[in-house]
Design a binder for this molecule. Structure first.
Ligand SMILES: NC(=O)c1ccc[n+]([C@@H]2O[C@H](COP(=O)([O-])OP(=O)(O)OC[C@H]3O[C@@H](n4cnc5c(N)ncnc54)[C@H](O)[C@@H]3O)[C@@H](O)[C@H]2O)c1
Length: 323
């Protein structure tokens, strides 16, 4: 039986495809290539272990249901999304069309096609809002706290789907695991713009510093994030194929790193001495976020294997080789 990955040619999706193909799986990938690239699937296509079939499809279209009905996948790994927080603020309808309606199409088609389980990609940086400092690192149960108010329509979409997933599991018998990812970084991450998205700060700084260009830090740089390496995230998706039935599970490093510290580490790794410019903090950005991943360890047997120095080193080498 096959497994299906939406957002297959994107940054994280392509690493999930790699991990599944390496295990000998028969993988069907779906992506509309709006931000993903077929180049990201080159390794999976030539791996010789499992098999990859790719369909260029928009998850908001009827065609996605037909593809799922034809494939009858055992598990759907759902990563396709509108991922730009600022675009979601500018056009919440467009964001919801993809992240809510598109996801519902995938869930509906999966439940009608006998799929056992959907592994959904939620966001640990968005669904909890700005937690009180005393509640960090944030645990999954806090998604029900009064503070858990997403700051953007993107965050709302990543939270509201948790209710839909529960509904489909209870009423339609479609199992799920929702992975709340912290800030994912690594090879193949492409900044959406020069300003970039919050989660893409490693890619933006790396590319600019390698090109000898100055970087801008928004706010005073003391804001912290939880950076997790992409191959570790892919391993969590593979583990969620069987584990974590009906659960929301945080996937992060558990360590807080300030944006200034990140900048200094990358500067040292790349060997340049460029001071960053500073600009006003962007509205809606969190000051501190770090997720508690002890549930992932207990339920999925998952722990991050790639430390920050190693992960940043690999990422910089990737961007050096792909200017
Ligand atoms: N990168 C992070 O730090 C992070 C953190 C939390 C959650 N996530 C989630 O992880 C998932 C993957 O994100 P990513 O960082 O790899 O970004 P990405 O942009 O590289 O991946 C998203 C993929 O979805 C595809 N896509 C977009 N709209 C589509 C549509 N209508 N139909 C079919 N395909 C469509 C894009 O072409 C792209 O390949 C997303 O669900 C995102 O919300 C990412």
């Amino acid at each position: 039986m096959s497994v299906l990955v939406t957002g297959a040619s994107g940054f994280i999706g392509s690493h999930v495809v790699d991990a599944l193909v390496a295990q000998g799986e028969d993988v069907v990938g779906i992506d509309d290539l709006s931000s993903g690239s077929l180049d990201n699937l080159a390794g999976a296509r030539s791996s010789g272990a499992g098999k990859l079939t790719f369909h260029r499809l928009d998850i908001t279209s009827e065609a996605v249901a037909e593809a799922i009905a034809r494939t009858r996948p055992e598990v759907v790994f759902h990563l396709a999304a509108q991922v730009d927080v600022r675009k979601s603020v500018a056009d919440p309808v467009h964001d919801a069309m993809i992240n809510v309606i598109g996801t519902l199409r995938v869930l509906q088609a999966a439940s009608e096609s006998g799929t056992d389980k959907v592994v959904f990609t939620s966001s640990g940086g968005c669904i909890y809002g700005e937690p009180d400092a005393s509640r960090l690192p944030v645990t999954e149960d806090q998604v029900y706290s009064a503070e858990a108010m997403p700051e953007s329509p993107y965050g709302v979409s990543k939270k509201v789907m948790l209710d839909y997933l529960r509904y489909f599991r209870a009423v339609k018998g479609l199992d799920y695991t929702a992975l709340a990812l912290s800030n994912v970084y690594g090879p193949r991450q492409e900044p959406a713009s020069e300003v970039g998205l919050e989660g893409q700060v490693v890619a933006i700084f790396s590319r600019r510093l390698l090109g000898g260009k100055p970087c801008t830090i928004y706010g005073d740089g003391t804001q912290t994030r939880d950076f997790v390496y992409v191959s570790d995230v892919a391993a969590a998706f593979v583990a969620a194929r069987k584990g974590g039935s009906g659960e929301l599970i945080n996937i992060g490093s558990g360590a807080e790193l300030s944006v200034t510290d990140l900048y200094d580490r990358l500067k040292a790794l790349i060997g340049v001495d460029l001071e960053p410019a500073h600009a006003a903090a962007r509205p809606g950005e969190l000051q501190r976020i770090v997720v508690d991943s002890s549930k992932a360890a207990a339920v999925l047997g998952w722990k991050p294997a790639v430390g920050l120095d190693e992960g940043l080193g690999r990422t910089v080498e990737y961007f050096r080789a792909h200017p």
